[in-house]
Ligand binder design. Structure first.
Ligand code: HEC
Ligand code: HEC
Ligand code: HEC
Ligand code: HEC
Ligand code: HEC
Ligand code: HEC
Ligand code: HEC
Ligand code: HEC
Ligand code: HEC
Ligand code: HEC
Ligand code: HEC
Ligand code: HEC
Ligand code: HEC
Length: 438
């Protein structure tokens, strides 16, 4: 259809070629600029001025004699754009762009030619757009690739489109035109709900003050704009007494993949490895130790830590003291006793609840309850992983100089022995209690 139309008018066009006066418009000192473009429009390069500027021979004569005072050129198409003589009127689409509806083809195109292929007026495409649209699209710190080079029409059809916002494709597909390499990442087991709704839920297609073209003040604001109704999360993220550095600084994407993931909760890798990415020392210990504490091995780090922030030191979910020496009070070791029976600690004398005793003397009680100088569980136990039985640790950090106090624990059938820096080497025996001299 379209090419038929073009052919039809080409015929008219050729007839007019024989019009003697046409070629003279750009000779001498007249209208020479029109021919100076790098790209010249077909009918113009053929010298066919009057295909579009219809003038009677008489009027043309008057014009060439008195160019400034007599101009009477009519459009052969009347109110319609002259372009539609040879081109499609460009209105095919559910959404026709206003200037096309108005027939103002020349707001964007120079009918004669220009220094670009499509005779776009201005230096680049975007210059045409900002004649009418407010330029809030190239003013921020980060410009999206195609916007930076002014190619608005890479996403928008400047004429007509079947998609809202004059887009060349549906809003949830347009991005793949160029980011097809990302597509695989989104076909993961867990896809973040807003990703299915469209990339622009989070990205500004034009410009942004935030890296990755996010459409919020910061990554954190972006995430929280939707997740603030998770009261627990927002309370922690903003006001936790003990904050986790990457959360407090709003780097949610350090742990979460904002698009999709093969792991639950959109984590970048399985829950432990996500942590080991930054806590490599603990990762090394967990991977290389003989005994890994049950919850670390099975549930992962979040069995004890609230990764987004907590009311307890070490971002622990429940109470556990920060210090090595403590005055014992009930609830001080709530974390441990959430899973373990606190009978191991309760009785000064017992013959059943704990193996850490000398005869019936409860050595847990002795160490932990001692007035003013009760030891924390971590004085003897390594909560993550260790190489000694009963999760007894190899050494304890002592003081702030980085010195490690060694603990050599030997287990026997009925007790054990400790060679430590805290006291002389000591043994304990549940059946035949050791008599201590001091
Ligand atoms: C394809 C149609 C077309 C052809 C061919 C054409 N013009 Fe035009 N010309 C226009 C239109 C449309 C305008 C009005 C532009 C506007 O609305 O801004 C125009 C405007 C002009 C103007 C006034 C504005 C200006 O750019 O200075 C001059 C002079 C002019 N044309 C000369 C010529 C000459 C000389 C030729 C032949 C070498 C020619 N035109 C060929 C469509 C055409
Ligand atoms: C007399 C016929 C005729 C008229 C009227 C006409 N054009 Fe053209 N136009 C052509 C021809 C011929 C070409 C060259 C076709 C090609 O190279 O594919 C062309 C090429 C173009 C191109 C470049 C297309 C491309 O694919 O490279 C644009 C843009 C264009 N015209 C816009 C316009 C606009 C805007 C108007 C109205 C102001 C207009 N044309 C009026 C005949 C016309
Ligand atoms: C808002 C600006 C704007 C308006 C108005 C506009 N165009 Fe375009 N046109 C462009 C841009 C930008 C391109 C080049 C990008 C593209 O679409 O490939 C283009 C490309 C073209 C092309 C060549 C490519 C194609 O799609 O065939 C033709 C022909 C064309 N326009 C004709 C017209 C006609 C006829 C009108 C009026 C009915 C018109 N344009 C109105 C901006 C505009
Ligand atoms: C002659 C003025 C004019 C020019 C030039 C122009 N536009 Fe428009 N545009 C309008 C008008 C008027 C509307 C319809 C009013 C509205 O919805 O904002 C519109 C609507 C749009 C819309 C849809 C907005 C919406 O909210 O649905 C987009 C997208 C758009 N234009 C992009 C562009 C791009 C890209 C360019 C440059 C290639 C451009 N416009 C050039 C006048 C223009
Ligand atoms: C990467 C694709 C892409 C490019 C390039 C692009 N846009 Fe858009 N634009 C969109 C999408 C998607 C929307 C839909 C609304 C939204 O989510 O912001 C839109 C919306 C718009 C709107 C209507 C809503 C608004 O924000 O005002 C206008 C006008 C617009 N764009 C103009 C432009 C102009 C001008 C350029 C070139 C400087 C441009 N666009 C470049 C994708 C793009
Ligand atoms: C016309 C091609 C094109 C389209 C369509 C497009 N982009 Fe881009 N995008 C680019 C280019 C080019 C870059 C810059 C690449 C670079 O710097 O590595 C880019 C960069 C980005 C970046 C930043 C990447 C980084 O590593 O910093 C994001 C985010 C992005 N685009 C999102 C989108 C979204 C969302 C859409 C759909 C609304 C979209 N893009 C559509 C071409 C495109
Ligand atoms: C829930 C919000 C959200 C949605 C929806 C979203 N993104 Fe992103 N995207 C982000 C965040 C946050 C980053 C920055 C990631 C980082 O800091 O590592 C990002 C980064 C990117 C990057 C650059 C980094 C990379 O992974 O290559 C591209 C490209 C990108 N997004 C494209 C898309 C596309 C395409 C879509 C739609 C299919 C989309 N995004 C949907 C939030 C989102
Ligand atoms: C546009 C709204 C929106 C934005 C922005 C957003 N999310 Fe979401 N997010 C959702 C919705 C909706 C769900 C699905 C909730 C559900 O199924 O209960 C979800 C689910 C999640 C889940 C999975 C929860 C689960 O139970 O598996 C995580 C993790 C998540 N988002 C993190 C983020 C992060 C990190 C960001 C910032 C990069 C972010 N979200 C930005 C809307 C959003
Ligand atoms: C240090 C890693 C890490 C960082 C940083 C992080 N998260 Fe998480 N997030 C996790 C882990 C692990 C889980 C799953 C376990 C849990 O719910 O505690 C999770 C779960 C979630 C959930 C699902 C909660 C639910 O109730 O199901 C959302 C939503 C979420 N995070 C949002 C965020 C937001 C928003 C940020 C940034 C402010 C963020 N996360 C920063 C590791 C992190
Ligand atoms: C992006 C890097 C990063 C990731 C990933 C990360 N952390 Fe952290 N974490 C830190 C930084 C930085 C600190 C602060 C260290 C400091 O102050 O010495 C910290 C501190 C901690 C602390 C000690 C808090 C305190 O009060 O001393 C714990 C516990 C912790 N992280 C657990 C986790 C867990 C569990 C995960 C996995 C869900 C995780 N981290 C993932 C960077 C990270
Ligand atoms: C059984 C509960 C529990 C589990 C499960 C657990 N932690 Fe801890 N974590 C603690 C306790 C208690 C402390 C504070 C005592 C200490 O410093 O050893 C701590 C301290 C930390 C610290 C800060 C002190 C340091 O050694 O750097 C980091 C970091 C940490 N844990 C990371 C992790 C990671 C990563 C995981 C998952 C592999 C994990 N935790 C699993 C209980 C746990
Ligand atoms: C989420 C539950 C949970 C929490 C919290 C927890 N543990 Fe455990 N713990 C276990 C499980 C399950 C085992 C058995 C598997 C194993 O040996 O690691 C265990 C084993 C132990 C053992 C070895 C027991 C034996 O019979 O050899 C010690 C010692 C220990 N935990 C100390 C602690 C300390 C100290 C804390 C507090 C910082 C703590 N646990 C917090 C679940 C927990
Ligand atoms: C002075 C070192 C020391 C301290 C402090 C200590 N433990 Fe122990 N714990 C041991 C030793 C040694 C064993 C192994 C006893 C045996 O089986 O011979 C043990 C065993 C355990 C067991 C296995 C069950 C049992 O009692 O035999 C649990 C559970 C346990 N400890 C929890 C804790 C908790 C919780 C704390 C802090 C409230 C704590 N321990 C403090 C040295 C200590």
């Amino acid at each position: 259809m379209k090419s038929m139309k073009l052919l039809g008018y080409l015929f008219v066009f050729m007839l007019l070629t024989f019009n003697a006066y046409a070629v003279t418009c750009t000779t001498g000192n007249c209208h020479t600029d029109i021919m100076k473009n790098q790209f010249t429009h077909g009918p113009v390069s053929a010298g066919q001025c009057n295909v579009c500027h219809a003038a009677s021979e008489e009027n043309y004569k008057k014009h060439s004699e008195k160019p400034k005072s007599f101009i009477d050129f009519a459009s052969p198409t009347g109110d319609q754009p002259v372009c539609i003589m040879c081109h499609d009127n460009k209105v095919d689409g559910k959404y026709v762009h206003a200037p096309v509806t108005d027939g103002s083809c020349t707001t964007c195109h120079n009918p004669h030619g220009a220094n670009n292929k499509y005779f776009i007026i201005g230096k680049k495409e975007s210059d045409t757009c900002f004649q009418c649209h407010e330029n809030n699209k190239t003013v921020k710190k980060f410009l999206h690739g195609p916007v930076a080079v002014g190619e608005c029409a890479s996403c928008h059809d400047p004429h007509a489109s079947d998609y809202k916002y004059q887009l060349r494709d549906a809003e949830d597909k347009i991005c793949y035109k160029c980011h097809n390499d990302k597509k695989g990442d989104f076909n993961n087991k867990f896809v973040h709900k807003p990703v299915k709704e469209g990339c622009t839920k989070c990205h500004d297609p034009h410009n942004s003050d935030v890296p990755f073209h996010l459409n919020a003040k910061s990554e954190k604001d972006l995430c929280m704009s939707c997740h603030k109704e998770n009261k627990n999360l927002s309370k922690l993220v903003d006001n936790a007494k003990f904050q986790h550095k990457p959360v407090a600084s709003g780097e949610c994407a350090q742990c979460h993949n904002p698009h999709a993931s093969a792991y639950g909760k959109l984590l970048k890798s399985d829950e432990k490895n996500v942590c080991f990415e930054c806590h490599g020392d603990i990762g090394k210990r967990v991977k290389e130790s003989k005994y890994v504490h049950g919850p670390v091995a099975s549930d992962g780090c979040t069995a004890c830590h609230n990764v987004h922030g907590a009311e307890n030191p070490f971002i622990l979910k429940m109470a556990f003291p920060k210090k090595f020496y403590n005055q014992y009070v009930d609830g001080l070791y709530q974390l441990c006793f959430n899973c373990h029976n606190d009978d191991v600690l309760k009785y000064p004398n017992t013959t059943k609840y704990t193996g850490f005793r000398n005869g019936d003397r409860n050595l847990h009680y002795l160490h932990v309850m001692i007035k003013g100088k009760g030891r924390s569980c971590k004085a003897c136990h390594e909560v993550h992983a260790s190489n000694q039985q009963n999760h007894v640790r190899k050494s304890v950090p002592f003081g702030s100089g980085g010195w490690e106090l060694p603990i050599n624990f030997t287990k026997t059938k009925t007790g054990g022995s400790c060679v430590v820096g805290c006291h002389k080497p000591k043994e304990y025996d549940r059946l035949n209690p050791v008599k201590y001299t001091e």
